[in-house]
Design a protein. Structure first.
Lengths: 165, 497, 497, 165
């Protein structure tokens, strides 16, 4: 069983059977027979005579899927991962949170210091890439516990920026 | 032809565009590249290539001294600046002149005149080209500004005199907003252009941005081309252009075209260039500025007229007289361009540098690709996020739109995010299809949250689950040659049996 | 529009070409695929896809029964046959008619008439369309043949009455060669077409192959298009086509065009089609045959006229009247097409099936790609070796040629051999550039052994040595992550730093 | 040292030094400094300011190289391989020779049987691919020692067809 999320909607998908390139899949109580094959950069699906070519970028649990120029950012969790996520959620967001870069870039300015109090939505760091400046905000009210970067530093995607508690 | 070798002082798709014209003309090309660009397409494409400096543009593509030196070293007769970087820098033209290198663009004086917005407005007013009501002289004093704004009437546009490319522009709706707008605008202008002078224009409500491509040679021959409609903008940057404009009929086309030709003459312009206008709701047009260079959207004009503008530009720089007559310029149907940016439209168009790990470009009838990347290319974070342009031609606007939707549906760029899906939204929008557009279109579109397409929704979800199953079982059985790879070898087998 | 869904009974580039037109017209598409083609581009491109049988065409793409059944199952209103396979099979048209499915092509009767060469010659002669001197009736008797040949005078062309696509054609230079040529031709014709009848035509010396695209609707409206020059042939198969022909002026263009229109009328033709002619050295033209289908070279006509022939073909099949007038058809400059085959030009054009492991298609101004493959696609050995068409447009012939050379230089297909390098040779040939071509051109070109290009020679050798060094050291140090891969990770790093 | 052969010409190439992506190469006594970098499908060379993009298919000692749509089939031998080849050549072509397919296809007809004598250039097998028939000829006068395929068989590239002695 997989928990698949597009936008705010979550769906449960079960892969019932596989035989060669053909998968029997259950989604929202509906059965699909999917012929699923791959080439270098993309996949071909035939579902009940309908044909789809999809492209996918995979990073962790994140599946970015394109179909005919339309884009679907999807996250997929297994049952175990889903349980873990639920138990985390129960604990709430009271714990410290580490904010990472979503894209590579150059740190233009670090607006806060270790120990500063911040409000949710307040700018902590300004990051520049491709001649555009992007403000990295605090995800919650709290105190800056750690700043991992400094002015003019070049960062890659998914690098830690700061921790807020 | 005097020009036998051209140094192209640029990168990405525009460098390739120019190099293609050169290759067709039998002109040798010289690339320059920064550290990050060693493996970029423009280096691979040209006949020669020289390292020019570290990755930041200020240490490479903006270094006039190094570029001039390499032009001389490589024996280039001319330099083409493309757009951006040094394309509108009169000092660069001056250095070319001093060193006996042909600059492919207008003369230094013409560029200098047009580079300053207030100077250009004054010249155009004198020549009888209609300009937007507002101040002619640059303003540095707040009191003066307030008086002038009062006279013109709100809302007004506050602009940097030395500005360009949509930078340093803000709308002011009432006097209450003026002071803070003035403070920000002057400090921005100072930072961006080294000049804090501003000026004001009366704001036009729901304007269309319409522009006219012109060409003028050293002998005073001038041509104007059918207008381009460029109202689809985001943050004052064009994202989708077309030619002709649905708002313009033959009569208006001729009038605005002739006004553009007059503007070129008034500025002593001697290259290809673009005269930008605003069109109000009553179809009055007003001079905005002249872009003294090739523009990103030049292909739509090429598609509807059949004329290679880069070739024409090089010939004019080579001191040739324009051979075409105005009567030779005819609109052949309709063309649209979509700019493909390495940006994530799902995340407020955040830049998306990275590696292009897969690339499949659209094809077929009426489709033109002007790419600057290839499979394996790195999109660096140092430069503009434009990675290509996709242009379609149709026998009418509807066909050009349908063709663009079809072409975008074929486009596959893997590894980075792009604006392809955003363009699909624009092209499916009712107002766009009906031609009801103005410069506010994109903001309006972004506010309407579209539902994800139900038709593909389930398929995307199922695909993700199946791919997840593969990844999981690969880990489980500790075998990188799991399912998918087996299919691959099966397919190979099938291909050969 | 009555047609809302079309089954495309074909594969590769022509299936994609048709599906593109459908997608632009809002028509749904249905693919059929053989076993080997599960992962082919046409399956991926269309809205629906159904398995049709084993890989050999006789068990899949030629199975009329299966195709009709799938058309009905999928609810297709019409079938497009493309070219090859069932495109010129009157029996297939009959089955479509019987089952209430629209066949996108001419009526069964018109196709039947034109399918037999002697029948077609007789009809054209009666209609006053000039034909090559020769026999009108099919011949099965050798004595009769010898008499007729004597009357006409050697050299003669001996052809299969039921032939097509250049098959079963041979030149006979004297009576001494006639008997053995007759024996071979009749047995070949029997094997290929199930009919051993032949006929003879006077051989034309250094002929050009020139053809006229026509379109005729169910209401008798007819259009002719500017001619295509198709003299560049190998084994009677076209390899490179252009429009217009350098050998034809406006006056002759009109005469040959009107003759083609007359031929279409005489045959009661009701679709798009092509009337082929031979042009002798005195510029006399002679009817050769009618191709009752879309042709591989149709894009050159689309490029010089701006008209989408597939769309027009579908509209005619949908019982629409042609809206264009003859005056609307104008030549806009010049277009060239190169057929890209999976063949090895270094080894006598031996087929080169396999997997496309890398693909980069040309782009930029005036370039059109009609591909049937993608990166990762398998080129099977069961079908025609054509994998794509590359078309360029130029404001004159010289520009179209230079642009094609430029486009070919950008084309990269890895994993299989293609005819790209052969096309470069054609385009650089002096006779070709000057337009001195006839159907014997390719044989002449193949005899002139060109020296490998010194300019690239050393670079190719050095590259091979360096790559060899990599392979060797990888083995030596037992590490698959050697040099090249390190560069890759370095490049990745560079891209992000 | 590498022995590089294009067409009938053989050249000796020595790679003198490598530093990062830069190679010093000697060819016909001439020195070249080559900056050689790779991306997915192709390589970029800069030699003394001149830029080349090349594409290469490698199969054994065979390097098929494309430069701007021009094609160069090249074979590369190391010194050891070269010596081996020379010693083979000295032995002459008297020994048995195995003929392989150059392309995949279907065997349309086997014209000779085991034990038949053949002349050089005589057709032994007819192979069909992509609707074209190709005759596979005997490379020398001799006797057919072995036929490895039969009528209607589908063969892949580089499969053994027959041995002639």
């Amino acid at each position: 069983m997989y928990y698949v999320k597009i936008g705010n909607k979550e769906k449960k998908i079960e892969i019932l059977e596989q035989s060669g390139t053909v998968f029997d899949v259950e989604l929202d109580g509906k059965l699909y027979r999917v012929d699923f094959v791959k080439a270098e950069n993309s996949y071909s699906l035939i579902v009940d005579g309908k044909s789809y070519e999809i492209d996918c970028n995979i990073a962790g649990n994140r599946y970015d899927i394109w179909i005919r120029g339309n884009y679907f950012p999807i996250s997929v969790l297994t049952e175990a991962q889903k349980r873990l996520q639920l138990s985390k959620k129960k604990k709430g967001t009271g714990g410290p949170q580490i904010v990472e870069t979503e894209m590579p870039g150059k740190i233009v300015s670090v607006k806060k210091n270790k120990g500063d109090t911040v409000k949710k939505g307040e700018t902590v760091i300004v990051l520049e890439a491709m001649k555009m400046q992007n403000e990295i905000l605090s995800p919650k009210d709290g105190t800056i516990e750690e700043i991992y970067v400094k002015d003019a530093q070049i960062v890659e995607a998914s690098e830690k920026l700061f921790k807020v508690k | 032809m005097k020009i036998k070798k051209i140094l192209i002082a640029n990168r990405s798709e525009i460098a390739i565009r120019i190099a293609r014209a050169c290759r067709e003309m039998g002109i040798k090309t010289v690339a320059v590249y920064s550290e990050i660009d060693r493996n970029s397409l423009h280096v691979r494409y040209m006949d020669e290539a020289y390292f020019i400096g570290a990755s930041p543009a200020s240490e490479s593509y903006l270094r006039i001294d190094k570029i001039i030196k390499l032009a001389k070293k490589s024996g280039a007769d001319a330099i083409h600046p493309g757009y951006g970087f040094l394309a509108e820098n009169p000092e660069f033209v001056e250095e070319c002149d001093k060193n006996g290198i042909i600059f492919i663009g207008p003369s230094r004086d013409s560029m200098y005149l047009l580079g300053n917005k207030t100077r250009a407005r004054a010249r155009m007013k004198a020549a009888g080209v209609p300009i937007v009501a507002g101040t002619i002289e640059p303003i540095k004093d707040y009191e003066l500004l307030e008086n002038e704004a009062e006279k013109i009437g709100y809302p007004i546009m506050l602009k940097a005199a030395a500005g360009g490319g949509g930078k340093g522009i803000r709308m002011v709706k009432s006097q209450a907003e003026l002071k803070s707008a003035f403070d920000i605008a002057t400090s921005e202008a100072k930072a961006a252009f080294g000049d804090d002078a501003v000026y004001i224009e009366k704001a036009i409500i729901n304007p269309r941005h319409v522009e006219v491509q012109i060409a003028r040679d050293n002998y005073g021959n001038v041509l104007w081309f059918p207008e381009r409609e460029c109202s689809i903008q985001r943050r004052h940057q064009k994202v989708l252009e077309e030619s002709p404009s649905v708002a313009i009929d033959d009569n208006l086309r001729k009038r605005i075209g002739e006004a553009a030709a007059k503007a070129a003459e008034a500025a002593g312009y001697n290259s290809v260039g673009t005269v930008e206008f605003l069109l109000d709701e009553e179809r009055n047009f007003y001079f905005l500025e002249v872009n003294t260079r090739l523009q990103v959207e030049h292909p739509v004009t090429e598609m509807v007229t059949g004329i290679d503008l880069v070739k024409l530009q090089i010939e004019i720089a080579d001191n040739k007289a324009i051979e075409l007559n105005q009567d030779d310029i005819k609109i052949q149907a309709h063309a649209i361009e979509c700019r493909i940016y390495a940006e994530d439209p799902e995340k407020n168009f955040m830049p998306s540098p990275g590696k292009v790990v897969g690339l499949r470009t659209p094809g077929g009838i009426g489709v033109r690709n002007d790419n600057g990347v290839y499979e394996g290319a790195i999109i660096p974070l140092f430069y503009d996020p434009i990675i290509g342009k996709l242009i379609t031609w149709g026998s009418d606007r509807e066909q050009a739109i349908e063709r663009m939707k079809r072409a975008l549906s074929e486009y596959l760029i893997k590894g980075i995010k792009t604006t392809i899906s955003f363009h699909q939204k624009v092209l499916n929008d009712k107002d766009f299809i009906e031609g009801n557009i103005s410069t506010g279109f994109v903001n309006r579109l972004l506010e309407t949250k579209a539902e994800p397409d139900r038709f593909y929704y389930d398929i995307a979800a199922i695909s993700a689950a199946i791919l997840s199953e593969f990844n999981r079982s690969r880990i489980a059985i500790g075998n990188t040659q799991s399912g998918i790879s087996n299919w691959k070898s099966l397919a190979m087998k099938m291909g050969l049996r």
